[in-house]
Design a protein around this ligand. Sequence first.
Ligand SMILES: O=C(CSCCNC(=O)c1cc(-c2ccc(F)cc2)cc(O)c1O)c1ccc(O)c(O)c1
Ligand SMILES: [Mg+2]
Length: 214
Amino acid sequence: NYYRDVNRLLHAVQKNATKGDPRSVVKAIDNFCRQKEWAMNVGDEKGCILDSVVSEVNPVTVLELGTYCGYSTVRIASLLPPRAKIITLEFNPDYAKIARQVIAWAGLEDKIQVVEGPSGEWIPKMKEQFGVKTFDLVFLDHWKDRYLPDTKLLEDCGLLRKGTILLADNVICPGTPDYLEYVRNSPRYKSQYFKSHLEYTKAEDGLEKSVFLG
Ligand SMILES: O=C(CSCCNC(=O)c1cc(-c2ccc(F)cc2)cc(O)c1O)c1ccc(O)c(O)c1
Ligand SMILES: [Mg+2]
């Protein structure tokens, strides 16, 4: 079942990665997913696009929707300036438990806050609970049918500012058609598609990078 799989992924990290070395954690997960069991991490190919966007934005406050095992959380956090922070929301408590241990193995606990529960409930509480003003970068990688409602919720809660970057995974596979239509046609966004492949496969997928224009 799902939980046993993610547990084996954690053991592969603890066996093959160097404690406190985020890049070796990323490498260990990619090797495990290529050689042993596929898993829905953003992966190494799309991960390089993620890295370049993070380095370009140099965000101080990041929101990740969909932690899963913490692969992209570790990837992003390893590129952040010292006092930058990531809040990452995960609906599934089993995934959150694994992610916390992967993040601890990478030694990035101080930069990352894993929050469990539905994104729709947590987004309206961001300001009061975590003292967030606005996000510099949002990485969407959770339920594909939540991308659009949660983006509208972020707008309505005043959590986006002029220049905030939204980066969405899986816009082709599994696909997020309503979200794509919205960010590509709304006058409030400038959108760009980065063609790639579904993690660890040859299937097409890609990331959509959208700048909120205010
Ligand atoms: O948390 C969740 C779902 S959120 C994970 C979102 N991510 C995806 O679904 C996701 C999926 C794919 C993908 C999967 C199969 C394919 F054939 C092709 C692509 C790739 C990605 O990169 C993704 O990000 C949750 C699941 C179960 C629970 O029982 C629960 O309680 C909670
Ligand atoms: Mg994904």
